[in-house]
Structure formats: structure tokens, C-alpha cells
Design a protein around this ligand. Structure first.
Ligand SMILES: [Zn+2]
Length: 453
């Protein structure tokens, strides 16, 4: 009997969700128990022996890399033809294009010569992946299209329970916009939980896309993001489906995000990157970037992994605490190279590694102000496995990097979207030898007004 060449397991406790006939929505680990201190995250693993890295050119990343997606594997194992799957992708693409004026297309990736010159690169180069022209103005739609294709496959196979499920997301920015576009294109209802200071223009766009907006006030004495707390309640009690860019809430959100890095890998061919600098809020982009490289290596497409440096602002940097604690555990364990052991410990002692930031986070880079790095474990593991490190940048550098990014590339990126470049500049000051390396940054998040960059 044909099985899927991709499997799901919880990275925290090892539990595997049942088949889609038993558990059509395997987004979160069912073994999760209140207070168990385990970091339950559903992770998709590819069977490298049965797959290859796609070499066919296709401008739509969800057609190009479809065989690496869990939804395609579920479809194939349950009798859906490849042509039917492609029809689903094309239909969603056309509906998105009708709303947005653009569909799902490979985004630009180029060597930024002028930027390299300004930063004194000598022998090395800076490469930019530009996601500002993507659906919703950022990479976020990639995550959500991946989830939506899974929902549509399950529905088409007759495995979804009756009734129209409602989707939910907590965000006041690009994730909410992307979720609203993709949900609207698929004709599914969406509830968006937002903080009181959400930008009016974003709220207006969400309402025009028929999303139900729920404003959540911060309560005195209660730590953590109020919109996220309300989202959790909705997912737990109201049976809303998590349509979100947090791997902890929906493990299947990561693989759609991987298409971004797979495009980089396909574009570079045998040229290898030495380092990638990725801005981190909730951590899904960084998790997707790392997993994309690990998948490509297991499929024989890349020989070595770039160092993945993860960038947060001096306004909020919970990831650094988690990374430092993991490194301390590695050093104390007597085997400083046993990343498996360190991550097993970290994932089963969550409260010692990740907890909400103590003060209300503030930064120009509003898109990476998450109180907690939700996908912290994948982020820490990615840095440990690749030899990358966390980088914390000042507000001044966030501003300087944004000006430089826009001046040298002409891309209208916002502060959040150029925060990875700020991390590169910070690291350059510490290690000038970087100027002879091949490094990449991801510009994600288009500027929506003069206050954004
Ligand atoms: Zn679990």
C-alpha cells in the first residue's frame, strides 16, 4: 500500500498524529498536557530515499516544490492525482490574484552590488531575497498557502468533519493580511485577534477582505501578548483552526515557508551561501529557513549548510536567553557537540528556556516584537547545527539598515523587513572577515507609510 514520503511527529514528545482519516487536523500535538513543560511542535520529516529535490522550473513555488509538501503526499497516498492537486494550486492562485493583483510567484533573489560596496565587501557578496512584492507584501502568505492547500486536500478527500471550519490568527500586521487574503481566496471565514494599537489601514484592509476583527486589550499585571492569549482560547474552546505563522500552533505552517529558501537554493545551484541573517519575531521564518536547508541536504541538493544568524532587537530578545542556556547545557554535558542531547533537554524543560519578555516590547521593527519566540526550539537547533549565533541590534542600527537597504536596492522594505541586514551590519563590526563571504538577507515586509521606515 502506498504511504506518504513525509511523516509528522511531535519534536517535543515524539508522538505521531494519527492518519488524516482519524485526525484530519494534525496541527498541534494531542499529547500536550497543561504544565508538562514540553515544547510540543508538530514537525514534518521527508523520506529522502523516496524523494528528490525538484529541478523543474515553475514560476509558482507551490507547483514547483509540491512533492515536498505534506499535503501533496497525503493527496497522493489517498488516491488524488497530481493533476487534481495542481488544479487546487492553480485555483487558489487565480483567486488570490483576483484579490491582490498578483498570485504566487517566485520572488526576486539577486546579488546586491551597491549594498556590498557600501558595506566594504571584498571578495564576498551580499544576496537579497525580496519578499516585499509577494502576496500581502511579505513572505507570510507562503506559510498560509501551505496550510490552506492541506485543508483543501483533506476536504477534497472527504476526510474533513462536516461543517465549514472557521480559521483564526493573532496578528496586527503582515501575518493577518496574508491570512485574510488566502482565507478570502479560498472562501473560508477568518477571525483575526489584534492588539488595540493595530494600524487603521491594516484593519480596514482586513475588513474589506471579510475577516472578523477582534480587538484585544492588554490587561494590567498579565504578561504576554493579549491577542495571542485570546487566539489560544479561541483555538482551544471554540474549535477555530489555527491559520497562523507559528509552528507551535500549526506545525504544517513551516513547510510553505520553506519554499522561500528552496527558491534561493534552486537559484544558486552549486554556489553555497556562507551565512544567512534572518530577522526573528515568532521564529517561523527562521524555522522554515533552517528546515529548508536540512531537507535540501537530506535530498542531496546542498552539501553544506550556511551559518544561520538569527536577529532580534534590543527591545525584545527572548531567543538569546534560550540559545545561551542551550549552549551552557551543551558545555556542562561534557559533549559539546551533542546537539540532539541538548535539544532533547531543552524541549522537555521549556520553562527554563523560553518565557514571555518581562516588559512591553517596543521597537521600530514592529513585526518582530513577539513576547515569546514561539518557534524558539527550531531556531536554537538551527543555530547550533549550523554554527550560527543570535545577533541583537540597537534601534539606531535598525534605522540605519533600513535607510541603507532602500537607498542601495530601491526596495521599499519596512524596518522589520530589513532587520536581518541590521544583524549583518552588527556582525560585520565584530568580524570584518565576513566581507569575503557569500551572505544572504531576506527583505520581507513592504513599507506601508512613512512611519514604517
Ligand atoms: Zn508532543
Amino acid at each position: 500500500m502506498p504511504g506518504e514520503a513525509s511523516t509528522l511527529t511531535c519534536a517535543g514528545c515524539g508522538t505521531a498524529p494519527g492518519p488524516p482519516s482519524d485526525d484530519p487536523y494534525p496541527f498541534r500535538c494531542r499529547a500536550q498536557r497543561e504544565g508538562d513543560d514540553i515544547d510540543h511542535v508538530i514537525r514534518r520529516t521527508l523520506d529522502a530515499g523516496r524523494l528528490r529535490f525538484p529541478i523543474e522550473i515553475d514560476e509558482n513555488p507551490f507547483r514547483r516544490y509540491r512533492e515536498l509538501l505534506h499535503s501533496w503526499q497525503i493527496a497522493a497516498a489517498n488516491g488524488m492525482s497530481d493533476a487534481e492537486y495542481v488544479t487546487l494550486v492553480d485555483r487558489l492562485d487565480r483567486a488570490i490574484a483576483a484579490l491582490e493583483g498578483r498570485g504566487l510567484r517566485e520572488t526576486p533573489f539577486f546579488e546586491a552590488d551597491a549594498l556590498g560596496v557600501r558595506l566594504g565587501f571584498d571578495g564576498g557578496s551580499i544576496w537579497v531575497k525580496d519578499e516585499t512584492g509577494n502576496v500581502g507584501g511579505s513572505h507570510k502568505a507562503r506559510h498560509l498557502v501551505g496550510v490552506m492547500l492541506y485543508l483543501q486536500v483533506v476536504e477534497r478527500l472527504g476526510l474533513a468533519p462536516g461543517g465549514q471550519p472557521a480559521l483564526a490568527v493573532a496578528s496586527c500586521g503582515n501575518a493577518a493580511l496574508a491570512a485574510a487574503v488566502v482565507a478570502s481566496a479560498a472562501g473560508m471565514p477568518l477571525r483575526v485577534f489584534v492588539p488595540p494599537d493595530a494600524e487603521p489601514a491594516v484593519l480596514e484592509r482586513l475588513r474589506r477582505l471579510d475577516a472578523e476583527v477582534v480587538t484585544c486589550a492588554r490587561q494590567a499585571g498579565v504578561r504576554g501578548d493579549p491577542a495571542y492569549r485570546r487566539f489560544r482560547l479561541g483555538v482551544n474552546d471554540d474549535e477555530l483552526l489555527p491559520f497562523t505563522c507559528q509552528g507551535t500552533e500549526n506545525g504544517l505552517t513551516i513547510e510553505g515557508g520553506e519554499t522561500l529558501t528552496w527558491e534561493i537554493i534552486s537559484a544558486l545551484g552549486r554556489l553555497a551561501l556562507d551565512r544567512v541573517f534572518v530577522q526573528v519575531g515568532g521564529g517561523a521564518l527562521a524555522s522554515a529557513c533552517t528546515h529548508a536547508y536540512l531537507d535540501a541536504r537530506s535530498l542531496g541538493e546542498v552539501d553544506r549548510l550556511p551559518r544561520v544568524h538569527l536577529v532580534q532587537t534590543s527591545g525584545v530578545y527572548p531567543l538569546l536567553r534560550a540559545y545561551e542556556r542551550a549552549v551552557a547545557y551543551l558545555e556542562a554535558s561534557g559533549d559539546g557537540t551533542n546537539v540532539d542531547l541538548a535539544m532533547l533537554h531543552a524541549r522537555t524543560h521549556r520553562s527554563q528556556f523560553m518565557w514571555p519578555w518581562e516588559s512591553e516590547p517596543r521597537s521600530l521593527a514592529r513585526g518582530i516584537l513577539d513576547d515569546e519566540t514561539h518557534d524558539w526550539a527550531a531556531c536554537v537547533e538551527g543555530m547550533l547545527r549550523t554554527g550560527g549565533t543570535p545577533v541583537i541590534v540597537s534601534e539606531a542600527l535598525i534605522a540605519e539598515a533600513n535607510t541603507l537597504a532602500r537607498e542601495t536596492t530601491g526596495i521599499d522594505v519596512d524596518y522589520t523587513g530589513s532587520a536581518g541586514l541590521a544583524g549583518l551590519m552588527q556582525q560585520l563590526a565584530r568580524d570584518p572577515s565576513l566581507r569575503s563571504e557569500r551572505v544572504a538577507v531576506i527583505f520581507s515586509g513592504v513599507r506601508r507609510g512613512p512611519t514604517q521606515g
